[in-house]
Design a protein around this ligand. Structure first.
Ligand SMILES: [Zn+2]
Length: 417
């Protein structure tokens, strides 16, 4: 492992203008030694691409070596371009193969990929991974939900790949449109693209709606597919043959202790053309020193990705993740779409409001009580008629931040700005 890492660092330092200053003359003699390299984040890569358009300088080889061009979805409005060589793409494929293998997908499976098939890497990497395990694949880009359900039914697809919110949405459309029989052939659902599939309540909801097993995995365009599902314990395992991960307190480089949540810093050992060395992912995970229930040796992230450092909101002195609110909401049946709003009262107190579609408006009280017990947080519940809120597709946007006072959001560099 250390030998491969040093090989990567030497190769990259030779010809990668973005990484050269960080990596030159560094020889990592132990994994602790890796920490002498300062971490970088997406903003660093974006600044470099703005200064050196369009692809920036994080390129180890001349442009003609690269054959895959993808973009990040740029949730903050900034799009990062990511290039891969043939060798690096083969590595992506191998990492995704581990994801599908861990979910038990193989040659007898037909995998339906319910994505738009735009320029985002996850669509194409999943498509490769399903091929690598010998499964057949159908791309459901350019279709609406009904067409997707009809296609799944027609081919009796056994495996569905999509975001967790879309898995829920698709099952609800099946119910509304009399297409519930389209769900019956699907045995496995592999989720990606947003946090949630490792939250027990979200996972349980997906498994109940589809009568199928739900698996999570984790990855980033800038880094690679670093997490594969644990079929026995839920959550994801870090692929420690290809990635070195550290979990640090947000805004610092100090490792967090067992049981604490922190930000994931990832080093990808097998990606040379667009390297990720000590990359701050912005993904928040729980640091767990325990083995998973099955005793797998790779590091276990029991809750998968809990949220993003950008999403973490400080309300009345408490760190709040929208995903934690979602987890509680999902424990209630008969609950439609919802929207979480952070706002400021004239008294300058920050507040949380959850608008939620409920068949029984009276359920709002029970939801409020459970949020209070579980999160220690007072939340205003606004019951709505079913069908009022827009249905999400792809990455769900269910969080609105309207706080007018200086937003007390923990930024990447740790300053409360
Ligand atoms: Zn496991």
């Amino acid at each position: 492992m250390l030998e491969r890492l040093d090989g990567l660092l030497a190769e990259v330092a030779r010809s990668n203008a973005f990484q050269r200053d960080r990596l030159e003359r560094i020889e990592v003699r132990s994994l602790d030694g890796l920490r002498q390299i300062a971490a970088v984040d997406k903003d660093d890569l974006l600044r470099d691409q703005h200064a050196h358009p369009p692809f920036g300088r994080n390129l180890t080889y001349p442009l003609e070596r690269y054959v895959h061009l993808h973009q990040t979805s740029g949730t903050s409005g900034s799009t990062l371009r990511v290039l891969d060589t043939q060798e690096d793409w083969a590595w992506w494929r191998a990492c995704l193969r581990e994801v599908f293998e861990a979910a038990g997908v193989g040659p007898t499976d037909l995998v339906a990929l319910a994505y738009s098939f735009g320029p985002y890497i996850q669509f194409w990497a999943s498509y490769e991974g399903a091929d690598a395990v010998g499964a057949n694949r159908i791309a459901l880009g350019g279709m609406d939900s009904v067409q997707r359900l009809e296609t799944i039914r027609e081919y009796a697809a056994t495996t569905l790949v999509c975001t967790p919110s879309y898995a829920i949405r698709l099952a609800k459309v099946a119910d509304q449109k009399g297409l519930l029989d389209a769900l019956s052939s699907v045995r496995k659902i592999i989720c990606t693209g947003e946090p949630g599939a490792s939250l027990p309540a979200v996972r349980a909801q997906i498994e109940t709606l589809w009568e199928a097993c739900c698996f999570d995995h984790a990855g980033l365009s800038e880094v690679g597919a670093f997490g594969y599902p644990c079929a026995d314990g839920g959550g994801v395992h870090v692929n420690e043959r290809e990635f070195i991960v550290e979990i640090v307190a947000p805004g610092s480089e100090d490792p967090v202790a067992d049981g604490e949540v922190g930000e994931l810093i990832v080093t990808a050992i097998g990606r040379t053309g667009f390297p990720a060395v000590r990359y701050r992912t912005g993904d928040v995970v729980e640091c767990c020193e325990r083995r998973c229930p099955a005793g797998h040796t790779d590091r276990w992230l029991p809750g998968g990705i809990l949220g993003r450092t950008d999403d973490m909101v400080v309300i009345r002195g408490m760190n709040v993740f929208p995903s934690a609110i979602e987890q509680v909401l999902r424990e209630f049946d008969e609950l439609g779409e919802f929207r979480i709003t952070f706002y400021s009262e004239p008294s300058a107190m920050d507040e949380v409001k959850v608008e939620v579609e409920l068949e029984q408006p009276r359920q709002g009280r029970a939801i409020q009580a459970r949020l209070r017990t579980r999160l220690g947080l007072r939340v205003r519940i606004v019951p709505l008629q079913p069908g009022v809120l827009p249905a999400p597709s792809g990455k769900a946007r269910r969080v609105v931040d309207l706080r007018t006072m200086p937003p007390r959001r923990l930024s990447r560099d740790g300053r409360q700005n």
